[in-house]
Design a protein around this ligand. Structure first.
Ligand code: NAI
Length: 683
């Protein structure tokens, strides 16, 4: 037994109430398992007891297992032993759910003879998102209640459902409106000693075609990861094998997967995300209010940020420079909500309420009413400085003033106001209502209040706010630039865009870098290159392929051609031999013999370029901690989550390999290469 008692019991009207008390989330740790096991033994032994209720103290039932245990040898008693004890006990046990019953928590409740739940309780099996499958009967007991197809969906998607949905799916016997404990005790007494084990229930067979179609769909959604295939197989055993055999097989698969590479990487991401939003004590101050915000600029980003804020229940003032642009922006937001209603993703009432919380304006005086201003106008320092000078005239004292700039110096923007201490960067990613990454950029004079408010606002919008320093491109774009430069070198060295894209996609990126470039438009980079031409070191390795393509009018997808060609109306990229000619000319112009690059070299160099840049960012203090870099790349740049992020990827290689990869990178970059200290990257 652990020193602190994580489980305590009391007797209420001949019912043993088993309280799980392991704050903050009542995680199913060793002490909890042992405590429940002991309580079940007490229930069995005491003739005065009729039944038991298993309930969580505090805010929740068991909201998951203790993830840290999963990377180590598991200690007895493990969860299946506890489950077997509950099922083997001759008296009924009722689980009383509130807050969340997730993963091992839900599995524990499914061992009970009934489940009652407070309204709004969340139930789910998130193991799939952590590289595993449920390992304590989730794949066998859930489908016995929901039917095989719905069970398959729940196991393979990790989706969370409410108590009300769970009731409709027969996972929960009763939704208790009043006092949960009282309701649970009454329910337990009403069972009159009857056992009602899910394991004894039969599962109805399903149509093979329907099964296959759903399984294929879930596999695709799950990026074909091995644990998704294993989960499908495990749910299939439900219909094919005796339950004990199926449970034993499920456990073996779980034990293997939890120690697999995907699971370690995904656990790393899980903890990295939590670490990211924890602020140091110096910044741990109360956030200022932010119920009403203004967004300046109703373009791509402004409207996306507006939707994100409206979805979070905030009031939004959208400010533009002219009537037509404002109307376009407002219409874009209204259309978005209308489409959500048509697609049955949002009720008409909710859509109406969100539209009503949006106000458009051309009058800067209206800024006086808001708590936070987010600027999303053109990416031009002078324009932004003018805009901030105007904001300064009208915003109320103490309002937080944020810029969504991608690259510009936030101090230079802050200094256009008389209150630089209230200015901060809030770098959203496109589409701003979808992407979870948000870089919160601290300017030289940003106050702890401004930072805390920006972080809290980010969380309220459902984002993962990553705090970073003010440096060109902040964390994400700076690393992405290093990566993009490196893949451009590869074109000169002998590769073609389609080969580089395929190799990196095979590694797991959502899209290859050249397909991404075509999608965002090559002209943005072209303009930036031109603006930097005068100050560029002439000895630096510079790849001119992008400039040559732009000069031919190939600006990416929007012009039907970039690194690839796009037939009219078609999104799919086609290889274009004229691009190959441009690339070969570039190699010839630099006197580089073209050679074949292996997929392995492509991935190695591209990722090492990210890691080297990450080390520089940490040394410069732009990034606060290594794990933030992994969060940024996974959440904002399509880096495969199951690889954990570039630094997790690097951590899997020994020091000698890392050093030789960095040396290789130095040779390809050549003049001006700055070597990052890889020791800074340990995660
Ligand atoms: P956009 O061109 O779609 O929208 C800019 C809007 O600002 C236009 O509607 C324009 O009328 C308005 N505007 C310009 N000057 C104004 C002024 N003085 N007063 C009021 N409104 C004014 O641009 P987009 O793509 O939305 O970018 C906005 C900012 O967000 C830029 O700083 C950009 O670097 C940044 N950003 C863009 C991302 C993207 O993927 N598009 C991603 C992250 C940041």
């Amino acid at each position: 037994m652990s020193e602190v008692k994580l489980v305590r019991t009391e007797c209420v009207d001949q019912v043993l109430v088993i309280w799980i008390d392991n704050p903050p989330i009542n995680a199913g740790s060793l002490g909890v398992r042992q405590g429940v096991l002991d309580a079940v033994a007490q229930l069995q032994a005491d003739p005065a007891l009729q039944a038991a209720v298993l309930i969580g103290a505090g805010k929740t039932f068991v909201a998951g297992s203790d993830l840290r245990e999963f990377g180590q040898p598991l200690q007895e008693p493990q969860l299946p032993v506890v489950i077997a004890a509950i099922e083997g006990c001759s008296k009924p046990v009722v689980a009383a759910l509130h807050g969340a019953a997730l993963g091992g928590g839900l599995e524990l409740s499914l061992a009970c003879d009934a489940r009652v739940a407070a309204p709004g309780t969340r139930l789910g099996l998130p193991e799939i998102t952590l590289g595993m499958i449920p390992g304590a009967g989730g794949t066998q007991r859930v489908p016995r209640r929901t039917g095989l197809l719905k069970g398959l969906e729940l196991v393979c998607s990790g989706e969370r459902i409410t108590a009300e949905q769970a009731h409709d799916l027969h996972l929960v016997e009763q939704v208790v409106q009043g006092d949960l404990l009282q309701g649970a005790v009454a329910f337990a007494k009403g069972m009159q000693g009857r056992k009602q084990r899910i394991r004894d229930e039969a599962v109805a067979p399903v149509d093979t075609a329907a099964w296959d179609a759903l399984a294929q769909q879930l596999l695709r959604k799950g990026k074909n990861r091995p644990n998704v295939a294993a989960a499908i197989e495990a749910v299939r055993w439900c219909a094919e094998l005796p339950i004990d055999e199926a449970l034993a097989k499920e456990r073996t698969v779980f034990q293997n997967l939890r120690l697999g590479r995907d699971a370690f990487a995904l656990r790393h991401q899980f903890f990295a995300e939590r670490q990211t939003t924890k602020l140091p004590a110096t910044l741990d101050v109360p956030a200022l209010p932010f119920a009403h915000i203004a967004i300046i600029g109703a373009g791509t980003m402004g409207t996306g940020i507006a939707i994100s804020a409206l979805d979070a229940g905030l009031r939004v003032l959208l400010l533009e420079q002219d009537h037509a642009a404002l109307e376009r922006g407002l219409q874009r937001v209204r259309d978005f909500y209308d489409q959500r209603v048509t697609a049955q993703k949002l009720s008409a009432d909710k859509a109406q309420a969100r539209k009503a919380a949006l106000q458009g304006s051309l009058a800067w005086e209206d800024l006086a009413a808001v708590d936070v201003v987010i600027e999303a106008v053109f990416e031009d320092l002078q324009v932004k400085q003018q805009v901030f000078a105007r904001i300064d005239q009208h915003a109320r004292p103490g309002a937080v003033l944020a810029t969504n700039t991608s690259y510009l110096d936030i101090d230079a923007i802050a200094n256009a106001t008389a209150r630089p201490q209230d200015v901060i960067g809030l770098h959203f990613f496109s589409p701003a209502n979808v992407m979870k990454l948000l870089e919160v950029v601290k300017a030289a004079s940003s106050t702890p209040q401004a930072i805390a408010t920006a972080m809290a606002l980010g969380k309220k919008l459902g984002k993962l706010p990553v705090l970073c320093g003010n440096g060109f491109g902040f964390i994400g774009n700076r690393i992405y630039n290093a990566y993009r430069k490196q893949v451009e070198f590869m074109l000169e060295d002998g590769a073609l865009p389609e080969q580089v894209d395929a190799a990196l996609q095979k590694f797991g990126f959502a899209m290859g870098p050249f397909a991404v470039a075509d999608l965002s438009g090559l002209d943005i980079a072209w303009r930036m290159r031109k603006s930097q031409a005068a100050t560029r070191d002439p000895q630096e390795r510079y790849v001119s392929i992008l400039d040559a393509l732009c000069e031919q009018g190939r600006l990416g997808r929007k012009t039907g051609a970039g690194y690839y060609s796009y037939a009219e109306g078609k999104k799919s990229a086609a290889v274009d031999s004229s691009v190959q000619a441009v690339i070969e000319q570039a190699s010839a112009a630099r006197g580089l013999p073209r050679r074949t690059l292996s997929d392995e070299e492509i991935v190695r160099r591209a990722l090492m370029a990210m890691c080297n840049e990450a080390a520089l960012l940490l040394a410069e203090g732009v990034a606060r901690q290594p794990s933030d870099i992994d969060v940024a790349l996974v959440q904002g740049y399509g880096f495969p989550r199951w690889e954990g992020g570039p630094l997790f990827w690097l951590s899997q290689l020994d020091a000698a390999t890392q050093a030789s990869m960095q040396q290789e990178l130095a040779e390809h970059v050549g003049h001006g290469f700055v070597k990052g200290d890889l020791h800074l990257l340990s995660i």
